[in-house]
Design a protein around this ligand. Sequence first.
Ligand SMILES: [Zn+2]
Ligand SMILES: [Zn+2]
Length: 240
Amino acid sequence: MKIVADLHTHTIMSVHAYCTALEMITEANRIGLYGMAITDHGESMQNFPHFYYFMNLHAIPRVFNDVRVLKGVEANISDFEGHLDVPEEALRNLDFCIASMHMPTLHGEPTVEKCTEAYLKMAENPYINMIAHSGSPYYKYDYEKVIKEFAKAGKLIEINNSSIKHKADFVPNCVEIAKLCKKHKCRVSVDTDAHFITQLGRADEALKMLSDIDFPESLIVNASVENFNAYLKENNIPLS
Ligand SMILES: [Zn+2]
Ligand SMILES: [Zn+2]
């Protein structure tokens, strides 16, 4: 199996990523991706894009080089009350909003209770589509409680290929999360979190893990064009 859309990617606007949006979209076309989302990091990390960057993403056509380009963001969860570092005005303007916990931008000592609380706030937030790389052992949460709410809200849990490929201590958590998504019929998106073109669209490790636990393809929004288009339609994200 392959993914048909990569919904978590970064460009040079994330500063610690190394390709332009044009290079990423061109590569997406070259490797045959049907769609992708550009999801640069939120503002609270130093030198990260100004809010105007997110407001002006409509400058990029919806379909470019035959790739459906979703305009997005990877917002930082700034505190355990679930505040984000991207203004609501920008979130409302975007197609696909990811919320993530990152060490440099989330202050305070995490506990399972606090992380659960913050992720439950994401399930309630009308602008958030997905939480990313939540298998972090540092930010453990009550997986079952949160996944049930995500399933109910029609939101996605990311299966992050980079976590599975490069972070051994994330893997058991990612497997547990995936099994609970299967149990509670919570949809997932399998993404690369690419910071360079060579990573884009290549999610073999995450897909293998899902296949090992017989994860149903119907719950993977980017496993087929049909699933992906259905997700876009359901979330009023224009196809063209
Ligand atoms: Zn990054
Ligand atoms: Zn991230």
